[in-house]
Design a protein around this ligand. Structure first.
Ligand SMILES: [Mg+2]
Length: 414
């Protein structure tokens, strides 16, 4: 919130992103209907230039349908690596306006600019500056919408396209959203849309002014939330990417373990896995922590609330050491972990063992400098998107093993 207690959210969406990149890079394609994706019979359109859209081609449309509508279009394979690199450039521009960025896709993000306004000027000016900065950096157009929340900002962005800049101030929210067709509302797909239409609800205004009790009897629990959204109310925060604070691996044993060979085996495996993930993300860390959960349940946990009182309680022991230099070398981490284990001299078997590295530095270990593949912001942006939207969000994610399997942790800052 700023001094006036107002929040300002900016939604940025690159215009026909993949197709625009192809037209930028290949001037002979400018002015032509360019369709990216839809290479195979079963493929779908990833992006369509505005020229292609005049034929009715849309993204996510099956390729055969696009070819029916636009047989003379230029159909190009998707070069996702290249688009991702441009996306990282755009992200870099966004970062010069605010650190509070939530990427939604390679071509789309929410920015909370509340804290930037005092420094960078009024919303309208900031938005114009941002558009210009994106164009200067990439020669591409971005549409932006601004509003007091995500919902309004996104709607403003969509309605302003292409090359849009639409600012909706809080007092104008109702008159802005009221006449919009209800299918523009988040969460209203074909099924819910048909249901609402059967109730005579065609616009945001129809929905927000509908009798709440009657609507609840038709739609159940979500009626209340839908009506809030239809009034243009939306409290969801922009969830900015945070740098990780630690990387950890742990496992719970089938049977409790005290044998040193099995313990060091687990510590070695965890250390190597942590090191691999650090190298993948181009981090190194200075603090090695070993944690162990003891096998013997201790009575009952001190009850802070009634539910906790029934849980058996296994004490957690942690030992840490901070190294002089950051490392992402599995053998180094492993040796420290084993020393920490030996020094702890635990008097009973353990049921869980874990190794983590914190005190992270980006850029990897110095000793690996020669062999290092530097990981750019691009990589981190891709990772952030992948983590949020799953392995299929971008094809590059296929090579990545960063799935949240049980026992793997990546702790982030707040
Ligand atoms: Mg877009």
């Amino acid at each position: 919130m700023n001094a006036q207690g107002e929040r300002w959210i900016l939604h940025a969406d690159m215009d026909a992103f993949y197709a625009s990149i192809e037209q930028r890079d290949h001037p002979e394609l400018r002015g032509k209907p360019v369709i990216v994706g839809a290479q195979s019979k079963r493929g779908v359109v990833a992006a369509a230039s505005y020229e292609a859209r005049t034929f009715g081609v849309r993204s996510a449309m099956p390729g055969f349908r696009a070819r029916e509508l636009c047989p003379d279009g230029v159909y190009l394979p998707s070069n996702i690596e290249h688009y991702a690199a441009v996306s990282a450039q755009v992200h870099e521009v966004f970062l010069s306006f605010t650190p509070e960025i939530e990427p939604i896709a390679l071509d789309e993000a929410f920015l909370d600019i509340t804290g930037s306004l005092r420094l960078l000027g009024e919303p309208q000016k900031l938005a114009a500056d941002l558009k210009r900065a994106v164009r200067d950096a990439t020669a591409l157009n971005v549409s932006v919408g601004l509003g007091p929340n995500k919902l309004v900002a996104k709607l403003a962005c969509t309605l302003g396209k292409p090359d849009g800049l639409l600012v909706v101030e809080r007092p104008g929210v109702r008159s802005f959203v009221d006449p919009l067709p209800i299918r523009r509302l988040w969460g209203v797909g074909p099924v819910l849309g048909a249901k609402l239409a059967s109730l005579g609800i065609e616009t945001f205004r129809d929905l927000s002014s509908y009798d709440p009790a009657l609507l609840a009897s038709q739609l159940g629990e979500r009626a209340h939330e839908l009506q809030r959204l239809a009034r243009g109310e939306d409290e969801r925060p922009v969830q900015a990417y945070r740098e990780p604070k630690s990387y950890g691996e742990e496992n719970t044993f089938e049977t409790d373990v005290s044998d040193r060979t099995r313990v060091t085996g687990a510590l070695t495996a965890h250390s190597e896995a942590v090191a691999r993930r650090l190298r993948h993300d181009d981090y190194a860390g200075r603090t090695v922590t070993v944690k162990a959960k003891l096998s013997r349940a201790r009575g009952r946990r001190e009850a802070r609330d009634s539910s906790a009182s029934t849980e058996p309680y296994y004490p957690l022991v942690t030992r840490s050491r901070t190294l002089r230099e950051a490392t992402n070398d599995g053998a180094v981490i492993r040796n420290v972990a084993v020393e920490l284990w030996d020094e702890a001299k635990l008097a009973e078997p353990v049921r869980l063992l874990g190794v983590s590295l914190s005190n992270l530095e980006s850029g990897g270990g110095a000793q690996l400098e020669l062999f290092k593949q530097p990981k750019t912001k691009l990589g981190r942006t891709l990772d952030a998107i992948t983590e949020r939207f799953g392995e299929h969000a971008i094809s590059r994610a296929v090579e990545r093993s960063e799935k949240l399997t049980p026992g793997r942790t990546k702790k982030r800052g707040t």
